[in-house]
Design a protein around this ligand. Structure first.
Ligand SMILES: CC(C)(COP(=O)(O)OP(=O)(O)OC[C@H]1O[C@@H](n2cnc3c(N)ncnc32)[C@H](O)[C@@H]1OP(=O)(O)O)[C@@H](O)C(=O)NCCC(=O)NCCS
Length: 227
């Protein structure tokens, strides 16, 4: 029997989940995940790369972008599938409010956050992108950021759908769209929710990493080839 769980999104709204979609564990990514991040981005089809980066970006530029991510300043979230393949990446980049006049008009807080996300083709439509977005939003909320910003092409129907569903205010201009989500202040529930999600994701990550290492080790045994 499949269960129907109730989840609370970062805005405090309750919604149904779990019935048709797999459980998505969103984990903070660090230095050690860089190589897999490059692999994830390079595997995106050219149209998806365009949607993600806003331009046709060559492979070297993608690697440069990943190698330039400052994990001490920004947050990067990822989703690993059951065979320990990185199938989705969300980058939450922070900048001082006055770095951009448009963004500074949207908030009184010191920093603004901009979110970019991509999900491997095979994992689309299962709630992975939405879950990464929710995790980014709750992280902002818990870190004194009240405005989550996203820039994308206005032809990006899926992202526009996710933005609208989250209640983002969207400004369209010359085929591009800026979307802003106003976040409520943190509360004990939002802090606990983020901490719990990360703990569970860490266990899930360790389990999958160990399983993958065991399978590789078994594969090296003479006369044995696992599926
Ligand atoms: C945008 C992207 C991250 C979404 O990932 P995802 O895991 O498929 O997203 P989800 O499954 O959480 O949600 C997709 C939602 O969009 C809806 N959707 C899918 N295609 C759609 C379309 N053409 N028009 C409108 N809505 C659409 C789905 O029905 C779903 O809605 P629901 O949750 O209400 O059922 C993914 O498509 C992607 O990586 N695209 C390329 C990169 C990109 O565009 N990045 C965003 C720019 S920063």
């Amino acid at each position: 029997m499949s269960s129907i769980d109730l989840f609370q999104n970062p805005l405090g709204r309750w919604f149904k989940g779990g019935a048709a979609r797999p459980t998505v564990r969103v984990k903070e990514l660090k230095e050690r995940d860089r190589r897999r991040m490059v692999k994830h981005f390079l595997a995106l089809e050219s149209r998806d790369r365009l949607l993600r980066f806003g331009a046709i970006v060559p492979d070297e530029q993608v690697a440069k972008y990943v190698n330039g991510i400052d994990f001490a300043r920004d947050m990067v979230f990822g989703v690993y599938n059951r065979v320990f393949k990185l199938v989705a990446v969300g980058h939450l980049a922070f900048a001082p409010r006055d770095a951009s006049p448009r963004k500074s008009a949207a908030t009184d807080k010191e920093r603004v956050a901009e979110f970019g996300v991509s999900v491997a083709h095979s994992m689309r439509g299962m709630g992975v992108g939405s879950k990464l977005f929710e995790r980014a939003a709750i992280h902002c909320r818990n870190n004194d950021i009240d405005t989550l910003y996203m820039h994308c092409l206005s032809s990006n129907a899926t992202m526009m759908h996710i933005a609208k569903k989250a209640g983002m205010a969207i400004h369209r201009d010359y085929g591009e769209a800026d979307a802003y989500l106003k976040l409520p202040p943190p509360n004990p529930g939002s802090v606990l929710q983020e901490a719990m999600e990360e703990q569970v994701a860490m266990l899930d990550y360790a389990y999958k990493a160990n399983k993958r290492a065991a399978v590789k080790w078994l594969d090296r045994l003479p006369g044995r080839k696992s599926e």
